[in-house]
Structures are given as C-alpha cells and as structure tokens.
Design a protein around this ligand. Structure first.
Ligand code: VGL
Length: 196
C-alpha cells in the first residue's frame, strides 16, 4: 500500500547539482545516491494524488550566506546557474510546485521560512499557506542535506503542526563534523518528526 494520499505533501529538498553532483561546489557525500529512491517516492506520491514540492536554494551571487562575504559556505546554488538546477535525473514535472529560497540574500535553510543573516528576521516562503490551502495535513521530507535544509524543513513542518516524516533512505548529510547527520536526526525526533 502506498504511504501517500491526497492530504500529503512530499517535499523534495534541494536535490540540485551543487549538492547532488560530485562536481557541485557544495557536494554532499552520496548526494546522487538519493535520486532513484526519491524518484520512486515522487511516482508513488503522484499516483496517490499527493502534492509534490521541489525546493531550490537560490542565492544571489553576493550574499552574507557565502564565506567570501563573511558567512560559512562556499558559493553555491547561485540563481540561474548549473549548480542551482535540479539534478537532471530527478523526475520533476512542469507545473509542480517549486519553492526557491534565499533569493534576496537570506539564509534559506528551511522550505518554510528564511532568515536574514544579519538581522535574523524570519520571513515565510509561502509554503505553509500553500499546503494549508491544498488541505495538506502530512509532510514527507527527503533530499539534501540532512543536517541543514532537510532538518530545518522537517522541524518547521512539525512546528507548523503537519504530521511529519523524514525518509532516511532519501537523505544524506554534509557532516562538517562527522556526526552532524546523526545529531540532526536526533534533533528532528525531539521536535516530533518521525524518522522512517
Ligand atoms: C544546504 C548548506 C548550505 C542544504 C544549503 O541544502 O542543506 N546546506 N546551504
């Protein structure tokens, strides 16, 4: 039986070349390995009438998010570049929802909210409204990376009272420190996210 129904959203986080391709500027180890698994989930979600959402980190070329401007990350997912494109093998269809985050220089870890790196002011991406307006009650989260955007997205989904599950086969971690991925899993569990 499918895990999906029409009150569910599958949120595919940042399966973009810069994270999922070994030549990407912020390659997440094993990032390309999640694509086949995620494609099967996308197919199952579509079959069941669930909503499929694709997120993209989408940065200006100059942003305090990048280390050259005082942030912590190499330049990645600059709007309109190869690195920002969804992985070519990812089965995304025209007309399915895309959420682009970080577009005006914010830190855009979560698909739901972005925050100004200097003032820390949080603003919504509109995803919560969109899911509520579609009658969504449950969120399934997969993608990259476990310890950043997947974690932030899943925790925000749980805080927004969606029943939230992360599928471990569909995520990989940056692991700046070796156990960041497992710590992220623990933090998500603490926030009420089911890890499946
Ligand atoms: C991400 C690091 C920096 C992610 C985004 O998509 O998880 N990680 N920006």
């Amino acid at each position: 039986m499918s895990r999906y129904d029409e009150k569910m959203a599958l949120i595919v986080v940042d399966v973009q070349n810069d994270f999922a391709d070994p030549n990407g500027s912020l390659y997440v180890p094993g990032g390309e390995e999640v694509v086949d698994f995620i494609n099967r989930e996308i197919a199952a979600a579509r079959d069941a009438g669930a909503t499929v959402v694709f997120t993209q980190d989408w940065h200006p070329a100059v942003t305090p998010h990048f280390s050259k401007e005082g942030g912590i990350w190499p330049v990645h997912c600059v709007a309109g570049t190869w690195g920002a494109e969804l992985h070519p093998q990812l089965d995304h269809a025209a007309g399915e929802t895309r959420i682009q985050k970080g577009v005006t220089g914010e830190d855009g870890y979560s698909a739901f909210n972005v925050s100004d790196p200097e003032t820390k002011v949080i603003s919504s991406t509109g995803l919560e409204r969109l899911l509520r307006d579609s009658g969504i009650e449950t969120a399934v989260v997969v993608g990259l990376a476990t310890d950043y955007c997947v974690k932030a997205t899943a925790i925000d989904a749980a805080v927004a009272q969606f029943t939230t599950t992360v599928l471990e086969e569909g995520v990989r971690a940056v692991n700046l420190k070796p156990d960041d991925g497992s710590r992220a899993v623990e933090e998500m569990r603490q926030a009420g996210v089911t890890i499946s």
